[in-house]
Every structure is written in C-alpha cells, then in structure tokens.
Design a protein around this ligand. Structure first.
Ligand code: ATP
Ligand code: MG
Length: 459
C-alpha cells in the first residue's frame, strides 16, 4: 500500500500535465487552480489513513480520466482536526454526465442541482461539479426580497466553488494523490487558530441562506471551534429569517444537530444566540420546558454518549424523549376531562405528534417508533400474570425499556420499577416467577380498563 502510494506520488512528475491529459480526453474547459494557496503535507499533516478508500478511488478515477478532483468540505476540515470524517464529498470540474461515465456504479441524483453518487461496496461518495454563484447575475429573480438564494444551480470554476461555501474551514480542497490542500480563504490557518469564520460578509451570507446560522452553531459545538466575532454578532438580529426556511430543511439540520454527539452543547449555544425561539416547536419544547428539562438533558446526554461510542441512535427514540413532557401534560389534561388512562395517553400521543407533524416534517417512520415507545410505557407498570412476558417479546421492548430507565433517572417514576425490569429481563423463567411475587401490591395495579368496565353499569 505504502509502496504504491510512493510510486504514485513520485511518478507524477513523469506524467503529462493535467491540461494535456484533459486535452487528450477532449476536455478543454478553462481551469482556475492557481489562486488558491497550495499547502503541502509537511504543513497540514493530514493522516492519509483517515481517508476512505472509496474517496481515494473516486478522485483517482476522475484524475485518470483527465479531470480535476478533490476531497472537499467537511471531510478536509475534519481531517485537519484529526477526526475521522463520517462521509466524503468530492468536487470536480467534470460534469455529472462525465462523472457518471467514469464510474460503472454511479448515478446522477437531484433535480435542482445534479450530483453524482459513486458507490464502492456499501460506501457512497457524493461528487459535485464546481458550482458558481448567481450573485453577479442580472436576472434577480434568483434571490428573494430577504436576500435568500432561491436557486443555486450554475456550474463554475474552483475559485467560484470555494467562495460560495459557508465557512473558511469548509472551503478546502485536498488532493489525495499529491497530498496538497488548496486553500482559497485562509481556512487552514483559521482551523489551526480554532476559529470558524464566514467567507465574505456574514450578514449577506446569512440573508442568502439563514440555515448558515444554525450551521455556525452546530459546527462550532461539534468541532470545538470559536465563532469569529463578526460571524457571530449578526446572528441574534437575523434569527427570525429562519422562519422563511422550508420546515423539511430545518428538520434535517436539527437532526444533524441533535445526532452530532454534541447535542447538549448545541442546545446551550442555540439558546445563547436566540436561535431556538419560535424556530421550531420542538426546539422550544427542548429548551424552555421547566419540568422536562432534567429528562431532556438526560436524554441528550445519553444520545451524545451513544454517538461518541459509535453506537446506533434512533431518531424516533430521540424525538420520543424530546416530546415526552408534552405528552405527559396532555395526558393529564385528557384524564382530568374524564378519560380513562390508556385512551387518554393515546389521545395525548396523537395530539402531540400531529402538532409536530404539521410544523416540522417529522418523517412517518420516526413518528411511528415514537408512538410505540410512548404507548408501551404504561405496560411496564402491569407486573402481573403473563403480561410482563408479553412485553419482553415486543419488538420495541428494548427501546421502551431504555426510555423507562431515563424516566426513572429523571425522577419521574420510581427507580424500583426500572431495577425490577432489569432483573426480570436478565432472569431465567423460574426466577422470573419469583420476581413477579416480589412486586409490592400497591405497585401492581389491576389493569385499570377492566376495573372501570366492571363499575360502569352502576354509574
Ligand atoms: P458535517 O460534518 O456535519 O457533514 P459539513 O460541513 O460537511 O458538516 P454538509 O452539509 O455535509 O456539512 O456540507 C458539505 C459542504 O458543503 C460544507 O462543508 C460546505 O462547504 C458546503 N455547504 C453546506 N451547506 C452550506 C450552506 N448552507 N452554505 C454554503 N455552503 C454550504
Ligand atoms: Mg459533510
């Protein structure tokens, strides 16, 4: 592997220059790659082993076909910070059709701006053609009155591609073959100084795309970078622009934020910058509920720990925790109105998830999991006869049990209940029968529905 790499790097000199290869391939588009600062491995010290083979194969394939190709964006930034990137994007001067022709296992996706997904085994590399900017265009219907960019779909050269990216740290191009970074906006120095800085005028850039405010907060929390003062100061004043952003886009960004492994820190920062208010009903719930704060904090801590330990996290579980106290409040209200506990819980669940579904595009598969987890909670209290055995067999038992433990830890229900279920799940059949006898009678209500039904005729 190392030998191959050395051969490749050193044999470069003997190869024809890139533009000659391009000509041989009939690809004669003008290139701009001189205005970026070239930073060699001796300075940036990226550990090439952190790159995925798929990313290397993609840039190699394109370069062999005579195109320029670089690993770009978040992956380079993460590599500089010695973090293993979770996905790799490649930028190239080849058009989507040309990329598609280079790789057998690839497909063009997207209507607005077409990208190519190149597949190697189960890894997918997203390849985008250098993009330009509309801002010089005379056709101004590309920009909304607030300054928000509505369309962003013209090809450009590498320099233009760099300038339309958000932060200097995200505008770096790494060539795995030469191991050089092309840096158009001083991003390497900013990362080394621990700073997240907007390219261009921050106010204009936030007006073009308000989601960049959320990205500033999310990336600074995730990467431990300090937001540059000029990049930070306009945020509270412009926060309301997020109201114009389509909910599905906000939802995607919020999911990234909560599943980043730094959810707690992100939530604190959102609040500090005034970005949570009215932004999404869900965020208000998370950050402004006094009773639920402890539970939500525990849930976010738990999610962070799982993400950092590279364990799977389910968005359905996360939303179930974030919204639980909304459900509890509605549940009590429906019971006070005279509904029996279980139907009241189902009414509360429907109410809470409908409100969220309307304003936030929560995907149906997440809301189904969420409702299953909530709906199983009362069944943990029914520790008689065959019921606990049935619950153990339920496909969502594990998630519902983890959820119960959070409720115990937050003080909402007695610790005894969680501990009992831990023992019950681990025990053999006979021990389980013994455990059933240890349940204190007061904690073992006869299923309410049946008791009530018997009383009904006399009412
Ligand atoms: P993460 O590590 O969370 O994936 P990322 O920076 O890679 O962070 P992506 O959404 O994967 O985020 O975006 C890839 C790249 O595209 C970014 O690094 C940046 O260069 C560019 N980009 C993404 N969103 C924007 C935006 N709203 N405005 C400008 N450039 C953006
Ligand atoms: Mg990314």
């Amino acid at each position: 592997m190392i030998k191959k790499l050395l051969q490749r790097v050193f044999s470069k000199k003997d190869k024809p220059a890139k533009h000659e290869v391009a000509k041989q391939n009939g690809h004669t588009k003008k290139r701009v790659d001189t205005s970026g600062k070239r930073i060699s491995n001796q300075t940036h010290r990226i550990d090439r082993r952190l790159l995925s083979t798929a990313a290397i194969k993609t840039t190699e394939g394109l370069q062999k076909a005579g195109f320029e190709a670089y690993v770009v964006g978040g992956a380079v930034r993460d590599l500089l910070l010695k973090k293993r990137p979770k996905d790799f994007d490649v930028a190239t001067d080849a058009t989507p059709e040309q990329v598609n022709r280079v790789f057998r296992r690839s497909r063009i996706i997207g209507r607005r701006f077409r990208l190519v997904h190149v597949m190697f085994g189960d890894e997918t590399i997203e390849v985008s053609t250098f993009r330009g900017s509309h801002l010089g265009d005379t056709d101004d219907n590309q920009v909304a009155d607030s300054g928000r960019i509505l369309r962003d779909n013209v090809f450009g050269n590498q320099e233009e591609d760099a300038v339309r990216r958000d932060f200097t740290a995200n505008a770096l191009y790494y060539d795995p073959a030469t191991e050089d970074i092309l840096d158009f906006h001083n991003g390497v120095a900013d990362i080394q100084a621990g700073i997240l800085k907007m390219i261009g005028d921050p106010v204009t850039r936030y007006r073009e795309d308000p989601v960049r405010m959320l990205r500033a907060v999310r990336l600074s929390a995730k990467l431990g970078l300090k937001i540059d003062p000029n990049t930070e100061s306009p945020i509270p004043k412009l926060a309301e622009l997020l109201g114009d952003v389509p909910p599905s886009r906000l939802f995607d960004e919020m999911l990234k934020l909560f599943l980043s492994g730094h959810a707690i820190q992100s939530a604190v920062q959102l609040r500090k910058h005034g970005l949570h208010h009215g932004l999404l009903p869900l965020l208000d719930v998370v950050l402004e509920q006094p009773i639920g704060a402890k539970f939500v904090n525990l849930a976010l801590k738990n999610t962070d720990a799982r993400v950092l330990a590279e364990k799977p996290v389910s968005p359905g579980f996360l939303f179930a925790t974030l919204l639980w106290h909304e459900v509890l409040v509605a549940w009590q209200r429906y019971q006070k109105q005279g509904n029996r506990p279980i139907p009241a819980l189902h009414m509360a669940m429907t109410e809470v998830s409908d409100i969220q579904a309307e304003k936030l595009a929560i995907h149906k598969r997440y809301s189904t999991t969420m409702k299953e987890i909530w709906g199983l909670q009362p069944r943990f209290e029914m520790r008689v006869g065959k019921r606990p055995f049935g619950l153990l067999e339920h496909p969502r038992y594990r998630a519902a049990y983890d959820f119960l433990l959070l409720r115990c830890e937050s003080g909402e229900v007695d610790m005894e209940l969680g501990e009992w279920w831990t023992k019950f799940a681990e025990a053999q059949t006979e021990e389980r029968l013994t455990l059933l006898n240890t349940v204190p009678p007061s904690n073992n209500p006869e299923p309410r529905s049946r008791r009530r039904r018997r009383r009904k005729p006399s009412a």
